[in-house]
Write a protein of this length. Structure first.
Length: 196
């Protein structure tokens, strides 16, 4: 399955990066990524080797981070009914936005953070973006998660689990507030984050 077969509505530059990630992992591990969160341990395994290669070739970091981040973002899109806001080629402007809850993240930022183990980089921020009134609630939920060792924390599987916990908490809050039928669209994110 190619990324174009998977979601033909993806922006071309994101689709191409996803395809690169799928090829990288297949070439290295001989295994196919299928856009399910169960494949994230494969991505983590590939990432360990990629980190070692990046020590010798740091100039490859943008391509590797964008490719792995695009795949990670598409996994989030599948799992949490998300959509991409990525009309520009500049990955700093990209967001993967969830429809069932008001939560966005730049998956390429997550990839930079994971690949560099939280070190300095020129990539986008990995921070979760929520409505201002939910910031403290989300911070509390993340603090309540079990602590991970450093090796696990800087992995896509662990980041997925953290995002899943936040989605669940936000969704529960919406249901408790009688907003179970509310979904969020691109215009909602554009308005709150003042996006063009």
């Amino acid at each position: 399955m190619t990324s174009a077969d998977f979601d033909p509505g993806l922006p071309t530059h994101v689709s191409e990066l996803i395809g690169s990630c799928v090829r990288f992992v297949h070439s290295s591990l001989g295994l196919e990524l299928d856009f399910s969160h169960e494949t994230l341990p494969l991505l983590d395994h590939y990432m360990v080797g990629a980190r070692a290669e990046l020590e010798a070739r740091p100039e490859a970091l943008p391509l590797v981070a964008q490719s792995l981040g695009a795949y990670f973002g598409q996994v989030l899109a599948v799992e949490f009914s998300g959509f991409w806001r990525a009309s520009q080629p500049d990955a700093h402007t990209w967001m993967l936005c969830m429809q069932p809850v008001f939560l966005a993240v730049n998956p390429v930022g997550v990839a930079y953070d994971v690949l560099t183990r939280g070190g300095r980089h020129d990539g986008p921020s990995p921070a979760l973006r929520v409505a201002r009134e939910d910031e403290a609630f989300v911070a509390d939920r993340l603090r309540a998660l079990p602590e991970e060792n450093e090796e696990d924390y800087y992995g896509f599987s662990t980041r997925f689990d953290g995002i899943a916990a936040v989605v669940e908490a936000l969704r529960g809050q919406m249901i408790d507030g009688g907003q179970e039928d509310v979904t969020f669209e691109s215009a909602d994110y554009a308005e709150v984050f003042e996006l063009g």
